[in-house]
Design a protein around this ligand. Structure first.
Ligand code: HEM
Length: 226
């Protein structure tokens, strides 16, 4: 891809190159040497990858007039998603999706594994944050009319993403398999089951059968992994 050429942004005065004093050039101190080594290493990589061009294209572009903080909600949602993906991979290393061992594996992960409680906390709060952010982002695009031509497909893809996000939230809540997750999932699945026409089918689908039983947990976990 050919990147557009942008003029260099002016360097702040503190970073402007100053002429060196004679003693500095003759006897560079350890700090100066470390700085030069760092610059040489970055230059070495940049000369071979041209990464700085792409970075400048990304970071120093002109932001359209009228842009404000509401436009950051999409990137914030993306960040929340990436955080969920990374922490989720680590949780999955210890989680056991069997109805008899799910609770114990979650207890072990929380109390015994190094930083387990921290990573689980990040994932749990991250899920809530992602839900809040995605709806704020959706509200922003709705109220700003950003779903109109030529952004209709953005909206359609967004609807798919919000459904997937809610599915992850629903199935994730069941995973610890304690009393709260068990009953909360039954309530949520029953609410889906009361919907018109497709409701009962949806309820059966989410339960993995007519009854909520041991296979439902494994079914909901497999739904996440897919
Ligand atoms: C995983 C969830 C999502 C991610 C990571 C995401 C990410 C983004 C990002 C980074 C932008 C550009 C910056 C911005 O306007 O905020 C954007 C724009 C947009 N998003 Fe999302 N989004 C998600 C969900 C949704 C949902 C649920 C909807 C609506 C149903 C939606 C509709 C739109 C629209 C219409 C735009 C264009 C806005 C404009 O051009 O002004 N997105 N999205």
């Amino acid at each position: 891809m050919r990147l557009p050429k942008l003029p260099l942004p002016p360097l702040p005065s503190a970073l402007q190159p100053q002429p060196k004093r004679p003693t500095e050039t003759m006897h560079p101190g350890p700090l100066e040497q470390a700085r030069e080594a760092g610059i040489s290493a970055v230059d070495w990589v940049d000369e071979r990858t041209s990464l700085s061009g792409g970075l400048r294209w990304l970071l120093f572009r002109k932001v359209p007039r009228g842009t404000n903080w509401f436009y950051t909600l999409g990137s914030a949602t993306l960040f929340a998603f990436l955080s969920q993906a990374v922490t989720g991979v680590f949780l999955a290393m210890y989680y056991d999706p069997s109805p008899t061992r799910a609770y114990e594996s979650t207890r072990y992960l929380t109390n015994e594994v190094f930083l387990g409680q921290f990573v689980r906390g990040m994932h749990k709060w991250g899920a809530t944050m992602m839900m809040v952010l995605i709806f704020l982002h959706m509200g922003r695009t709705f109220f700003f009319g950003a779903y109109k031509y030529p952004r209709e497909l953005n909206w359609v893809i967004g609807v798919v993403l919000v459904v997937l996000t809610m599915m992850m939230g629903l199935t994730g809540y069941l995973l610890p398999f304690d009393q709260r997750s068990y009953w909360a999932t039954i309530v949520a699945v029953n609410i889906n089951g009361t919907g018109p026409i497709v409701g009962p089918f949806l309820g059966d689908f989410l339960r993995g059968g007519a009854e909520f039983n041991a296979t439902s947990a494994a079914f909901l976990f497999s739904g996440r992994s897919r």
